[in-house]
Design a protein around this ligand. Structure first.
Ligand code: 7RM
Length: 656
């Protein structure tokens, strides 16, 4: 079998950084040369310059027991000290850390001095509740400042947090609490979502209770509850504690103890495509080094003047690395927003950018495409001229969405950084540097300085420019996952066995190197289609569909086919005005022809289904596996990780 993925779509637009941007950029092209000459020396310098170490490390990398890496192992540091106290000590205590905006429009501005004070008090509260280094604490909160404070207070004690996204059910919460053996849960009564209070505490109560023979949860001793929603909650005396009773009353004196660089920092569960969630484990010194370095270089952060906003929830890795740890380690000022993009009106995000003068904005392609669907007249009502860098993460961003983002949101002026990385990689691995790279819409571009990536065939051989294959990381990197919580065998098997003889990390994504060696992500390898022996990527056919003016969103899957092995089946959302003006039959046939013209006859979809929604995870990724079930006429599989579980029954009905 060949892993060559055929490439058919051609993109020729190019966007070079302006001379002015390049001149003031924090990262220059010299970083590549430095890292290329001596990778470990490069990371050693980053770790020393970006972080404060209590005990300096003497060895950068220990890779004597692969795939179990140790970075900066004999150094010690405190992660929370690096995100808080040292900025205050350096005279930046009055700098705003968090510009928080609640969904109803309430706001809080929290300086570095204030956040440090709050985290110290909370650390004292946690110590009083018996939390010590190595203990696990589950955090189940809305996007409020207390979520950040909770992560940092746990880190300050050398304990391990497991943030569970507030949209997850009591069952998901229970399995994550059980797997980690959490001793404490930090939650809220509720938070605001789409104009209403969405309760959280009742889900915690359910998760800890004896239900369906689960037995009462046994490791959790206390539940610390923030009042945010104002909704009524049940109370378990002796177990439950109000944050507002405990934290303000605690002492604000707390000295941060230093821990070894390899002290675990957090567990974050990823659902994966099948089976039980994996608890991805990250540690301290290497993780903080790479998130700080990439946050600074990729977003061209000037902490004294920039206002940064990453829209991810802290329940995802993007919220860990680029809301909590990266920005705070770098002393950035950032917006934190509680609610949904369209509440109470479709211009809410643009209003926030205008209000706070956001200069760096980082979001996901799925959000960009949903704004494209609404139309440019909404952002046009707001002043977005403060923006100077735009970022994308989470899925391949198709060239049409990339160009729309740059032109409508970025006024044809801002560089775009398309950042590829994973929960497992901890930090950005592939991206443009905005003052250096000439960008191509749809390409994630190049490995970050100090990161080594390749695209290989099934045997691990480099495919060469102009070819597609499997994305691998060829050398260990500072923020790499250190394991799967409680399951070292699954860690080795999932990521390292495929290319064991070469020692490569297998990311599970398909990618292509273009003629210049720039990287184009092609989607998950599991989603690649094989049509008459041609391996076609989901990303390319979806890009072609979205490039048609009638199409707002598209998902493509391979369905088994008697003659071609697999056939291309497309699910598309049509823009409203086109739906009114054209017959569905006409749209379907013109889209089949369109893909044939754009890419080639081999990619022409056998079926095109017009649907109202696509199945997405709560972090916005399309779940093609479920669409494949529909396309092959099977019963639809497990839908529990969907943001909206009704979507699949609607799609199944539409397809019939
Ligand atoms: C950060 C995050 C990881 C998977 C990854 C890819 C996909 C993420 C991009 C992307 C193309 C990108 N972590 N992915 N970023 N694909 N271009 N810029 O999303 O663990 O939740 O997902 O997401 O398939 O393997 S994650």
């Amino acid at each position: 079998m060949t892993s060559q993925i055929d490439h058919l779509l051609n993109e020729t637009r190019r966007f070079a950084p302006s001379a002015e941007f390049a001149e003031n950029a924090v990262a220059s092209g010299e970083l590549y040369a430095e890292a290329g000459a001596d990778r470990e020396a490069f990371w050693g310098r980053q770790a020393r310059e970006l972080l404060d170490w209590q005990t300096p490390f003497t060895q950068v990398l220990d890779w004597t027991n692969p795939p179990f890496a140790q970075w900066f192992a004999d150094g010690t540091l405190n992660v929370a000290y690096n995100c808080l106290d040292r900025h205050v000590a350096a005279g930046n205590g009055d700098r705003v850390a968090l510009l928080w905006e609640g969904e109803p429009g309430d706001e809080r501005r929290i300086t570095y001095a204030e956040l440090t004070d709050e985290v110290k008090r909370l650390a004292n509260v946690l110590t009083g509740l018996g939390i010590v280094a190595g203990d696990r604490v589950a955090i189940y909160l809305p996007m409020i400042p207390e979520a950040i404070a909770a992560m940092l207070a746990v880190a300050r004690l050398g304990a391990i947090h497991s943030v569970v996204f507030g949209g997850f059910s009591a069952d998901s919460l229970r399995s994550r609490i059980d797997d980690a053996g959490a001793k404490l849960v930090i939650t809220a009564d509720g938070g605001y979502r789409k104009g209403k209070v969405s309760a959280l505490k009742p889900a915690v109560d359910l998760a800890l209770a004896d239900r369906n023979g689960s037995g009462v949860q046994e490791t959790v001793e206390h539940v610390l509850v923030v009042r945010r929603g104002g909704n009524d909650v049940d109370w378990t005396e002796g177990r439950d504690i109000w944050w507002h009773d405990a934290v303000p009353a605690a002492s604000a004196e707390h000295e941060a103890e230093a821990f070894p660089a390899e002290n675990p920092l957090f567990i974050l569960y990823t659902s994966g495509t099948t089976g039980k969630p994996k608890g991805i484990l990250h540690t301290s010194g290497g993780y903080l080094t790479q998130v700080a370095a990439t946050h600074r270089n990729v977003f061209d952060l000037h902490p004294e003047s920039d206002v940064y906003w990453c829209t991810a929830d802290v329940g995802w890795i993007t919220g860990h690395s680029y809301v909590a740890y990266g920005p705070l380690a770098n002393g950035a000022t950032q917006v934190l927003y509680e609610g949904t993009p369209d509440s109470p009106h479709p211009g809410r995000w643009w209003e926030i950018i205008q209000k706070y003068g956001v200069t760096i904005f980082y979001t996901a392609p799925t959000a960009i495409r949903s704004f494209m669907k609404i139309g440019r007249q909404v952002p046009a009502q707001f002043d977005l001229t403060s923006l100077r860098v735009l970022g994308s993460v989470g899925e391949p961003i198709n060239p049409e969405a990339w160009v729309w983002y740059r032109s409508v949101i970025g006024a044809d002026r801002t560089p775009i950084v398309d950042t590829w990385w994973q929960t497992e990689t901890g930090a950005i691995m592939i991206s443009a540097l905005p003052g250096v790279t000439e960008t191509k819409p749809g390409s994630a571009q190049v490995p970050q300085p100090g990161i080594t990536i390749d695209v290989v065939d099934e045997s691990g051989t480099h495919v060469g420019n102009g070819n597609g294959g499997l994305l691998v990381v060829t050398e260990p990197w500072p923020s790499m996952l250190r394991g799967i919580w409680g399951d070292p065998e699954r860690f080795v098997e999932t990521y390292w066995e495929k290319f064991a003889d070469r020692g490569y990390y297998f990311a599970g994504d398909g990618a292509r190197l273009d003629e210049d060696g720039d990287i184009w992500l092609l989607g998950r390898v599991d989603d690649v289609m094989n049509v008459s022996g041609h391996r076609l990527s989901t990303a390319e056919i979806e890009s072609a569909l979205v490039a048609n003016e009638a199409v707002a969103e598209a998902a493509v899957v391979g369905a088994s086919d008697e003659t071609t092995g697999q056939a291309v089946v497309a699910f598309v959302i049509i823009k409203e005005n086109y739906l009114k003006q054209h017959s569905p039959e006409g749209l379907v046939s013109s889209l089949r022809g369109w893909v044939g013209e754009q890419i080639g006859p081999i990619a022409r979809p056998r079926d095109v289904y017009i649907v109202g929604e696509l199945p997405k995870t709560r972090s916005g990724k399309i779940m093609r596996r479920l669409l494949r079930d529909v396309a092959e006429g099977r019963e639809v599989g497990d839908t529990t990780t969907l943001a909206d579980t009704m979507v699949m029954s609607v799609i199944s009905a539409q397809v019939k």
